[in-house]
Design a binder for this molecule. Structure first.
Ligand code: TPP
Ligand code: MG
Length: 601
């Protein structure tokens, strides 16, 4: 990965050549020194008994800024937001037992969305491990299935090497979370620090160069196809390949869909962009996949939220599947042309191969295909219901945010209806500008992720778009933002409900609203007062005519965090929708309204 985090300790050492190569110090000092050497500038965490030795030398570090969060879950999501916004490894730190277990949710989240983070936890002293000691939890065991790799370190001598390995594993190949659990006695004992350490990762050699035969076959299929589609996932941005994607798309003229994790990787304004596929995707994107004769799947994993019922997904399509993780290929859908490699290299090689095809006089003809797809686009644009009583439609808030804040900002969404509206109605033009919890669907992601993103990219305007339910899970990090001077903006889409769950109750449970009403009438809590209590500015907006002015006001405040309570109608629903487990062909673009696929043909 480009950026400050070195991909190998050798690179790290070159920047600090003049420092002594070996020195006596404690394990804790070695930990802090190793973090400095791998280029860490920000750590999100909370101290406690087992990790306390590490916090002492951290206090003196001039290179590593520790951000004291209010809950370890916030630390983990902040590390994710930092990583997603910067392309570097995010770092969080916690003590043993409950501190460590509070990191489980963000670690799982990072695993599902392939986000490179390193979580450092203190562990009870090694003689106590396995004795049910105070604040003991087997965090490496607990996180085994949700980390790319994890380490339990019980000797100070192993700390620098383990840190180097952790950052290398987190950031190379398919990125992901790595946990380093260090016993208290390892932090306290003395070691000789030397850098760079020799990494011991036998068998870890991610394949990045695609096979040329597969690339040639892929280019041939692309030229021959009549109805091809680029199905682009989060891996393309992770490989920093959006420029190459644009070039390949324009070279071939093939339509592009961008998944929830890939929003912004291809510009929304581009005429070849068909929108987001999946459960709440656009009719044009879903229709393109269903009717395709070739999918060129790039850094994506055929998630059930995209495929719907797998057996009826894109039934006529051959599949080219490129991914850096061989385990993804043919996991859910058979790949006719499997390509293992880094998406940037894959796309670069595809450009060369397609050029060669074209030089030999073979060029794809997709004119019929475009006639059909443009018909879908025109007939079934994204739309929404406005309310006769003059109350606010949440989708309108998104449209105005998009128009007034623009595509240079970074947006971080929570999970629920507001997340889908943010994916649909904010227009993304740049990669890495829409952060959200796609794989795990973690409520509470938005505020801390926005904080991490803003700390990683202080030059950017960062908006959290959160639900009233999600916001109540992690809004304590507003205190961190206010104290640390991280002026994020939060748009709470306050529909008074766990809206997405309510939507399913409306559609599938006979409007029996069991435990989804957050009792907004009582205004508990009052989000404006809550914001003020946290040292932020609180604004409220309840009418469409006030939206622009409220957003402008929020944009003018740049020194403290701002929370806007957008009070919206509770009955707004997310459309289009493919009901879970059904075929994408049965998408509805409004309640009981299905597209006429043939009509466009
Ligand atoms: C931690 C967690 N708990 C429960 C859920 C299930 N869930 C998904 S969406 C949702 C409702 C979210 O409510 P809110 O934040 O108000 O967003 P809205 O859908 O109303 O926009 C719930 C409870 C979840 N995704 N994550
Ligand atoms: Mg809600």
């Amino acid at each position: 990965m480009p950026g400050v985090t070195p991909s190998s300790p050798a690179e790290a050492s070159s920047a600090t050549r003049n420092e002594p190569m070996t020195e006596k110090m404690t394990g804790a000092q070695a930990l802090v020194r190793a973090l400095e050497q791998v280029g860490v500038d920000t750590v999100f965490g909370i101290p406690g008994g087992a990790i306390l030795p590490a916090y002492d030398p951290l206090y003196d570090s001039t290179k590593v800024r520790h951000v004291l969060v209010r809950h370890e879950q916030g630390a983990g999501h902040a590390a994710e937001g930092y990583a997603q916004a910067t392309g570097r490894v995010g770092v969080c730190m916690a003590t043993s037992g409950p501190g460590a277990t509070n990191l489980v949710t963000p670690i799982a989240d990072a695993y599902m969305d392939s986000v490179p983070i390193v979580a450092i936890t203190g562990q009870v002293a090694s003689p106590l491990i396995g004795t049910d000691a105070f604040q003991e939890a087997d965090i490496s065991g607990i996180t085994m299935p949700i980390t790319k790799h994890n380490f339990l370190v019980t000797s100070a001598d192993d700390i620098p090497r383990t840190i180097a390995e952790a950052f290398h594993v987190a950031s190379t190949g398919r990125p992901g979370p790595v946990l380093v659990d260090i016993s208290k006695d390892a932090l306290q004992s003395t070691t000789t620090f030397s850098w760079p350490p020799v990494m011991q990762l036998p068998g870890y050699r991610p394949v990045t160069r695609p096979h040329s035969k597969q690339i040639r076959e892929a280019a041939r299929l692309m030229t021959e196809a009549k109805r091809p589609v680029f199905y682009v996932g989060g891996g393309v941005h992770k490989a920093h390949a959006s420029t190459e994607l644009l070039e390949l798309a324009e070279l071939t003229g093939i339509p592009v869909v961008t998944t929830l994790m890939a929003r912004g990787t291809f510009p929304d304004s581009h005429p070849q962009h068909m929108g987001m596929p999946g459960m709440h995707g656009s009719v044009s994107a879903v229709g393109a996949l269903q009717r395709a004769d070739l999918l060129i799947a790039l850094g994506t994993r055929f998630d059930d939220r995209v495929t719907g019922q797998l057996s009826s997904f894109a039934p006529h399509a051959k599949v080219i599947h490129a991914d850096i993780d061989p385990a993804e290929i043919s996991k859910n859908r058979h790949a006719d042309v499997p390509i293992v490699g880094d998406c940037r290299e894959v796309i670069g090689d595809l450009i060369t191969a397609v050029r060669a095809e074209q030089a030999d006089g073979r060029k794809g003809d997709y004119s019929e295909w475009w006639r059909l797809l443009n018909g879908y686009k025109e007939t079934y644009p994204l739309g929404y219901e406005e309310f006769a009583d003059g109350s606010l439609a949440p989708q309108y808030v998104m449209e105005r945010l998009s128009a007034l804040v623009g595509a240079d900002a970074i947006y971080a969404a929570g999970v629920g209806q507001h997340q889908m509206w943010a994916a649909q109605f904010i227009k993304y033009e740049n990669p890495g500008t829409f952060l959200n919890s796609g794989g795990a669907g973690t409520m509470g992601y938005a505020v801390p992720a926005a904080m991490g993103a803003k700390m990683g990219r202080p030059d950017k305007v960062v908006w959290a778009v959160d639900g009233d339910g999600c916001f109540q899970m992690t809004n304590q990090e507003l205190a961190t933002c206010a104290i640390e001077g991280v002026p994020i903006k939060v748009a709470v889409i306050n529909n008074g409900n766990l809206g997405m769950v309510r939507q399913w109750q409306t559609l599938f449970y006979d409007e029996r609203y069991s435990n989804t009403d957050l009792q907004r009438v009582k205004r508990i809590p009052d989000f404006v007062k809550l914001a003020e209590a946290y040292g932020c500015v609180g604004l409220r907006c309840e009418r469409p005519e006030d939206v622009d002015e409220t957003i402008r006001k929020a944009m003018e405040i740049t020194d403290v965090p701002v929370v806007v309570d957008f009070v919206v109608h509770q009955d707004a629903m997310v459309w289009p929708m493919v009901a879970a487990g059904t075929s994408n062909d049965d998408i509805n673009y409004a309640r009981d309204m299905a597209p006429n696929w043939e009509g466009g043909e």
